[in-house]
Design a protein around this ligand. Structure first.
Ligand SMILES: *Cc1c(COP(=O)(O)O)cnc(C)c1O
Length: 413
């Protein structure tokens, strides 16, 4: 990055500080990952120089022949990865992917949708009142069964019969268990609704066959590319050929102008990497690592929401520990362990404080860490949480975190 250092030393310094933060700490935020050098190169390339409004073969600007090739590569690869008939790889984010599906089938101010509530694991873009989705549509939300802390499909089906929504959204940001997409589509079919599966968090697990893949099962699949899938920040939509045109129109010209072609190039690289056999091994390890850490936390007496995990994330309920999610996040952060506070089912604190902590293994698994390391990290987390004001413990754990991190580069060979 020598050019950046010459032109803008101020920003170069900030990026170097962030690089050191990533190198020296342990990233356990469930929605984050570490991309490959190849993805970084595509993203930082001259592909950013071009306007390419429209789609391959139908652009509103000249000189798009190579951009057509790049976008076609990305589309073909993601279709192959998930087994989809149609793919749109232009959404700038997961939220915009969801917006496009809503715009393609729902009328603003008229239609109803059903989705999982934010406090129980859903996402802002699934109809939260502070999101466009909650302002534009009448939203009815479902949660988990408070005893099992898992989805109760019978209850959701009953609610759908009463609500008669136009769209039923499934998929979550903080749900540690498998989601039955087929059950959701059946519920939707019964009430003549569309079913949209938002796999932003678990896309990598679905691609690798470790979590059931909703593609071809539900009407629409939306996702981000930057979580378990380990690509650049962005989104995509998968659907049947019959809905291709309305989805494409909803993205452009519906809500976006020019696509981020450097990001689409990097998505193509990400999808190629995810098609490799080594990616399956990675995704399997992500889940093994989450389960190994969950076992250590559970043995130490921490209460895990739903009792454990089937995927890449763990949700800890701290309410019986006398500490908040915010306090836990801050104490672990001081020790170099980055996690995020999160609401839990039956939450009684604000989203800025919360009673829970969300932990995920995609990023540390990308650095090559395995079960043994997860058991050690789990023990450190337990130690810090046992006495969050103990600065000596935080310092000691911090040094151990640094020593472990130094053995796992961000880009393992
Ligand atoms: C992260 C996430 C998104 C949105 O992603 P952005 O790219 O941040 O807009 C959408 N849905 C779910 C379930 C998510 O977890």
């Amino acid at each position: 990055m020598s050019h950046l250092a010459d032109v803008d030393p101020e920003l170069a310094r900030i990026i170097e500080c962030e690089r050191l933060r990533q190198v020296n700490g342990l990233e356990l935020i469930a929605s984050e990952n570490l991309v490959s050098r190849a993805v970084l190169e595509a993203m930082g390339s001259i592909m950013t120089n071009k306007y390419a409004e429209g789609y391959p073969g139908k652009r509103y600007y000249g000189g798009c022949e190579f951009h057509d090739e790049a976008e076609n590569l990305a589309r073909d690869r993601v279709k192959q990865l998930f087994g989809a008939e149609h793919a749109n790889v232009q959404p700038h984010s997961g939220t915009q992917a969801n917006m496009a599906v809503y715009f393609s089938v729902m009328e603003c101010g008229v239609d109803r949708m059903m989705s999982m509530s934010l406090t129980q694991g859903g996402h802002l873009s699934h109809g939260s009142p502070v999101s466009f989705s909650g302002k534009m549509y009448e939203v009815h939300q479902y949660g988990v069964d408070l005893a099992t802390e898992t989805l109760d499909y019978g209850v959701i089906a009953e609610q759908a019969k009463k609500v008669k929504p136009k769209v039923i959204v499934c998929g979550a940001s903080a749900y540690p268990r498998e989601i039955d997409f087929k059950a959701f589509q059946e519920i939707a079919d019964e009430v003549d609704a569309y079913c949209m599966a938002d796999i932003a968090h678990i896309a990598g697990l679905c691609a690798a066959g470790i979590h059931p893949n909703p593609t071809g099962v539900v009407d629409f699949v939306t996702s981000t590319t930057h979580k378990t899938l380990r690509g650049p920040r962005g989104g995509f939509i998968l659907c049947g050929a019959d809905r291709a045109q309305s989805i494409d129109k909803a993205i452009f010209p519906g809500m976006q102008g020019g696509p981020l072609m450097h990001t689409i190039a990097a998505k193509a690289v990400c999808f190629k990497e995810a098609l490799e056999p080594s990616y399956k091994t990675y995704a399997r390890q992500v889940v093994k690592n989450a389960q190994a850490m969950a076992a250590v936390l559970d043995e130490a007496g921490l209460r895990l929401v739903s009792g454990g995990t089937d995927n890449h994330l763990i949700l800890i309920d701290l309410s019986n520990r006398g500490i908040t999610g915010l306090e836990a996040e801050n104490a672990l952060g001081k020790a170099g362990i980055t996690v995020n506070k999160n609401t839990i089912p039956n939450e009684n604190r604000s989203p800025f404080v919360t009673s829970g902590l969300r932990i995920g293994t995609p990023a540390v698994t990308s650095r090559g860490m395995k079960e043994e390391e997860m058991r050690v990290v789990g023990a450190w987390i337990t130690r810090v949480l046992a006495d969050i004001t103990n600065e000596k413990v935080i310092r000691e754990v911090g040094l151990e975190v640094l020593a472990m991190a130094s053995q796992y580069p961000l880009h393992p060979a």
